[in-house]
Write a protein that binds this ligand. Structure first.
Ligand code: NCD
Length: 305
C-alpha cells in the first residue's frame, strides 16, 4: 500500500501534495460530481463513532454513497463496546469483514494510532475527530471553503476564536492553514482556553475579539467544548456572549467581504448571534456542503492505490 494514501489520521502526517490533491479534487467535484457517481462502486465504508455527531457522520455516509460505495454505520452505544469490548477488538472484528475504509471518531487523543499500526492491507483509516487532537477532514473542508471565496490565501487574515484549547478543529485547521500559507492567523480565546504553544507558533494571539476582528477576511467561531472542560469554570452563556460572542456590531470591524465560519454544532446566543449565523456573511451551510465534497475527495484519494 502506498504510505501516502493509506490513512488520514491528521494534517501534520500527510504531505502538502496530498492536501492539495484532495482540495483540487473537491473543487472539481463541486463543478460536476456526476462523472464520479460510480468511481468507487462496490467498495465498503464503515462509520465507527464513539462520540455524538451529525454533520461529520452523515457527510461521510453521503460522500461514500455518492461515489457508489456501500456504507455501514456503527454507533458505539449500540455495539459490543457496551459489553466491554476494546476499540482494538472492535476494529479487528470489523477488519475481518473486509471494509475498504473505516472512519473513526473517538474521545481519546491518538486513539487511531494503534489501529493504523494494526490495519490490514487494503483497509484505510480516516480520523473523524480524536479527543481534542485532530479533525483533518474538517480542516480540509474549511480550507476548501476559504479557497472558494478568496483567490489567494497568502493575503488572508483569518481569525479563529473561542475555546481553542479543547478544539481539534483548531489544531488541525491551524496546521493546514500554515501549510497552505495563509497570510495571518489570529487566535483569540478567553483566558484558560488558549491554544497550546505548538498551535500558537507563527500566529498572532488576541485577548479581545474586537481587536482580532479588525480588517479580518475570515472569522471562524468555535463553541465551548463543555464535554472536555473537566470541572473548569467558564462564564454563563450570556456573559460569554457579551465578551466573546460574534455579533453584527462586532462583525463591522472586519473587512467588508469577511466570511463567517463555524464547524457546528453552534450554540446560538453564546459564541455566535443568530443574526450573524443566518446573515449574509455566513458560509456555515456552505461548509456543510463542502464537507461532503471534501470527504468524497479524501475517500477517493485514499482508495487510489
Ligand atoms: C466539531 C467536532 O466534533 O470536533 N464538529 C464537527 O465535527 N463539525 C466541533 C465541535 O464539536 O464543537
Amino acid at each position: 500500500m502506498n504510505p501516502d494514501t493509506a490513512h488520514l489520521l491528521d494534517i501534520e502526517s500527510r504531505s502538502d501534495a496530498f492536501h492539495r490533491r484532495v482540495l483540487d479534487l473537491a473543487a472539481e467535484l463541486r463543478e460536476d460530481a456526476v462523472p464520479w457517481r460510480q468511481a468507487r462502486a462496490g467498495r465498503l465504508l464503515v462509520n465507527l463513532f464513539y462520540e455524538p455527531s451529525t454533520r461529520t457522520r452523515v457527510s461521510f455516509e453521503i460522500a461514500a454513497l455518492r461515489l457508489g460505495m456501500r456504507v455501514v454505520n456503527i454507533a458505539a452505544a449500540d455495539s459490543s463496546v457496551k459489553k466491554g469490548e476494546t476499540l482494538m477488538d472492535t476494529f479487528n472484528t470489523l477488519q475481518a469483514m473486509s471494509p475498504d475504509v473505516v472512519v473513526v471518531r473517538h474521545p481519546d487523543n491518538g486513539a487511531l494510532a494503534p489501529l493504523a499500526e494494526a490495519a490490514w492491507p487494503g483497509v484505510h483509516l480516516v480520523n473523524a475527530g480524536d479527543g481534542s487532537r485532530a479533525h483533518p477532514t474538517q480542516a480540509l473542508l474549511d480550507a476548501l471553503t476559504m479557497r472558494s471565496h478568496f483567490e489567494r490565501l497568502d493575503a488572508l487574515r483569518v481569525v479563529v476564536a473561542g475555546d481553542l484549547h479543547h478544539s481539534r478543529v483548531t489544531r488541525s485547521g491551524v496546521a493546514l492553514m500554515k501549510k497552505l500559507g495563509v497570510g495571518e492567523i489570529r487566535l483569540c480565546a478567553p483566558s484558560g482556553l488558549e491554544a497550546g504553544p505548538r498551535v500558537s507558533e507563527g500566529t498572532r494571539g488576541f485577548d479581545s475579539l474586537d481587536e482580532a476582528l479588525d480588517g479580518a477576511d475570515v472569522v471562524m467561531m468555535l463553541r465551548i467544548q463543555h464535554e472536555r472542560l473537566a470541572g473548569m469554570a467558564v462564564p454563563d452563556g450570556e456573559s460569554y456572549h457579551r465578551r466573546w460572542g460574534l455579533t453584527t456590531e462586532r462583525l463591522k470591524r472586519a473587512a467588508p467581504g469577511c466570511i463567517v465560519m463555524h464547524p457546528g454544532p453552534m450554540n446560538r446566543g453564546v459564541e455566535i448571534a443568530s443574526e450573524v449565523a443566518d446573515g449574509p456573511q455566513s458560509v456555515i451551510l456552505e461548509q456543510v456542503a463542502n464537507g461532503v465534497l471534501t470527504r468524497m475527495a479524501v475517500i477517493h484519494t485514499l482508495l487510489d492505490d
